[in-house]
Write a protein that binds this ligand. Structure first.
Ligand code: PBG
Length: 324
């Protein structure tokens, strides 16, 4: 009655390396950065230990550190000094993200792919991702689209290599694609936050980016965590509108979505390992309840195994260091 087939034969020593199906490399990582127009020194954040908000004059150094670790790309989020109802600090040539892009490109040139998050929530005084009809308490879809187009164009003109719209407005990919094309920016790719769920896992990010909502929540535009077929439709639409890379967000609680999206569309697929996923691991590690490095590696490897080609993660530098 002894087992004839022994799976354990392949688990011992170097043979484990030969049969490994998934590998993680620094090439798969995208490093999120926060540049804050209101500060002059680096500020740490309470809910995301290890993640800082940077003044403009520190972004190039930080980006260089990521480049030196072999990380090919970063994504920039801006915290403006001035917020208003439209989010008008999102699209000015001298606004904070545009300046940060120029600083980083000047320092690193082609060694670092600079992606910009295109959304209005950090720039609006009400904290929503689009324009709002205050009387009705409604986020206005179509009126928001030209503002997103304008923002994307200003990022690309400042030197951004790729734009990443995250606001979940219907038609935003098409609107941004035409705005870029009309401005001679045909070669700027779009990474769409295509299947973005209305998730409580964004909590720590909203502290860091000061982008919390003052009324309601984002459930009228972000997806219901209960839905999976709907994610396929969102992704399909974004591909038809011109998305070059599609994203699923969050990552760990949505591995099934990553798997389905990759299998169905065979497109370059990104996953966002979001702030809450990061904070949970950090908090448990600080209590001595989890081995941080091992859990970080296992988590990111699992996201890759599910089908993601690239991962946006606050662990990017730590992971790259560990892989070196
Ligand atoms: C902006 C945006 C958010 C995140 C990325 N881009 C916040 C949100 O939708 O509330 C979340 C990232 C994270 O939690 O790490 N729209």
């Amino acid at each position: 009655m002894f087992p004839e087939i022994r799976m354990r034969r392949l688990r011992n020593g170097r043979i484990r390396d030969l049969v490994r199906e998934t590998s993680l490399s620094a090439d798969n990582l995208i490093y999120p950065m926060f540049v804050d127009e209101t500060i002059s020194t680096v500020q740490s954040t309470a809910s995301m230990p290890g993640v800082d908000r940077l003044p403009l004059d520190r972004v190039a150094d930080d980006a260089k550190e990521a480049a030196d670790l072999g990380i090919p790309a970063l994504i920039l989020f801006g915290i403006p000094a001035h917020k208003d109802a439209q989010g008008s600090s999102a699209w000015g040539d001298e606004d904070i993200v545009q300046q940060a892009v120029r600083e980083i490109k000047e320092e690193l040139g082609r060694d670092m792919l600079v992606i910009t998050d295109v959304c209005l929530c950090e720039y609006t005084d009400h904290g929503h991702c689009g324009m709002v009809d205050m009387e009705k308490g409604e986020v206005l879809n179509d009126q928001t689209l030209p503002l997103l187009g304008r923002t994307a164009v200003s990022h690309a003109k400042a030197g951004a290599d790729m734009v990443a719209p995250s606001g979940m407005m219907d038609g935003m990919i098409g609107a941004i694609r035409s705005a870029l094309d009309e401005n001679g920016l045909r070669d700027i790719p779009i990474m769409s936050y295509a299947a973005k769920y209305s998730s409580a896992f964004y909590g720590p990010f909203r502290d860091v980016a000061e982008s919390g909502c003052c009324f309601g929540d984002r459930s009228t535009y972000q997806m219901d965590p209960a839905n999976s077929d709907e994610a396929m439709r969102e992704v399909e639409l974004d591909i038809m509108e011109g998305a070059d890379i599609i994203m699923v967000k969050p990552a760990l609680p949505y591995l099934d979505i990553i798997y389905r999206v990759k299998n169905e569309f065979k497109m370059p697929t990104a996953a966002y390992n979001v702030s809450g996923e990061y904070a949970m691991i950090k908090a448990a590690a600080q209590n001595g309840w989890l081995d941080e490095k091992k859990v970080m590696y296992e988590s990111l490897l699992s996201i890759k195994r599910a089908g993601a080609d690239m991962i946006l993660t606050y662990f990017a530098k730590d992971m790259a260091r560990m892989l070196k």
